[in-house]
Design a protein around this ligand. Structure first.
Ligand SMILES: Cc1cc2nc3c(=O)[nH]c(=O)nc-3n(C[C@H](O)[C@H](O)[C@H](O)COP(=O)(O)O)c2cc1C
Length: 317
């Protein structure tokens, strides 16, 4: 296999792949070619969460190839969000057309666009006419409820000079149920004129080998949950797998650096423990006994007990 052609992107995962996570995974493991920042969007009363602004601040993303993302309901929201990101100096901005949560889709955001090809065409027309000093990429699912929606959306996307298209072959209504369908991705390859990035259920090296059977020519891959479980996955897929003892050492280093960085950022051990509990919901999956691992983390009610639990996990599981 020609490993030099493989490109790995870190998927945006709201609440998980924050700027601390990006910095630590890049320093301890690396192997990631682009880091996508979870979406920036308007909430109630047209306010943007402070935590979302922190994510896109240039000083929190120093020296990393990051791409911010916007979640928008109409051209006004889109222009305002893009203007903020252009002001910060971003040269590529990703448009979220795939967020499946009803909180977003009921307001016309995310995957709701997949049922509105005409409105999307008009919005993109206005976006490109505006002449923002940035390129735009798109991340989408197959449809809102039908896995055929993407066909008319692709016709629209093909009319605009997008830098790339990231395709997660699942409907929004599926959320994360069932499996992503690589056959639909293969169909998209023949329809989309832009560079296409695969996303969905690439959790292990075995998944990668299986995906390569359906998609032998594919070279760009976006990984979400697989990275939270095994942060060394990009290195593995690039033929640079770590030897078991070295991997264990790196996993511990990764955990310790995250803990240290979050303890500097978050106020109070309660918040810190909550954050680390959330982190372990995926990270525990790479240990021999994920259930026992998670149980140990969950029952540690203080930082002292948490640290003891982590020592036990790395020693015994
Ligand atoms: C907790 C969580 C948060 C997510 N946040 C975002 C987001 O902000 N923007 C986005 O485009 N996708 C988001 N996603 C979707 C992921 O980027 C990705 O498309 C999905 O998890 C499928 O990839 P995977 O199977 O490699 O995890 C999120 C997914 C999860 C589970």
């Amino acid at each position: 296999m020609d490993y030099s052609k493989i490109k790995i992107y870190q998927a945006p995962l709201q609440g998980f792949t924050d700027y601390t996570f990006r910095k630590v995974i890049s320093e301890v493991f690396g192997g990631i070619d682009k880091y996508f920042i979870p979406y920036l969007s308007y909430g109630k009363g047209r306010a943007i969460k402070k935590s979302s602004i922190k994510e896109v601040l240039p000083e929190n993303n120093v020296a990393l190839p990051v791409v911010p993302q916007v979640l928008f309901a109409d051209v006004h929201e889109l222009f305002d969000l893009v203007a903020i990101l252009v002001e910060y100096g971003y040269k590529e901005i990703n448009l979220n057309l795939g967020c499946p949560y009803p909180m977003a889709t009921n307001k016309g955001r995310g995957a709701a666009w997949l049922e509105k090809p005409e409105a999307l065409a008009e919005t993109l027309q206005q976006l490109f006419a505006q002449g923002f000093q940035a390129s735009f990429s798109v991340k989408l699912r197959t449809g809102l409820t039908s896995d055929q929606d993407f066909r008319s959306i692709v016709d629209v996307l093909n009319q605009f000079p997008l830098s790339e298209v990231i395709f997660h072959p699942r409907t929004a209504s599926q959320m994360y149920d069932g499996k992503a369908n690589p056959k639909l991705f293969a169909e998209a390859v023949s329809l989309v004129k832009h560079p296409l990035v695969y996303n969905g259920d690439l959790l292990t090296e075995a998944d990668f080998q299986e995906l390569k059977i359906t998609l032998p020519e594919q070279s760009s891959w976006m990984i979400g949950r697989g990275l939270l479980i095994d942060p060394s996955l990009p290195l593995r897929l690039k033929g640079k797998a770590l030897e078991a003892k070295e991997l264990r050492k790196k996993m511990k280093e990764f955990h310790d650096q995250l803990l240290e960085a979050y303890s500097a950022r978050l106020e109070g051990s309660g918040h810190l423990l909550m954050k680390m509990n959330q982190f372990w919901t995926y990270f525990s999956e790479s240990f021999e006994n994920p259930h026992k691992t998670m149980k140990l983390v969950k029952k540690s009610g203080s930082l002292l007990k948490y640290n003891a639990a982590v020592v036990e996990i790395f020693r015994n599981y």
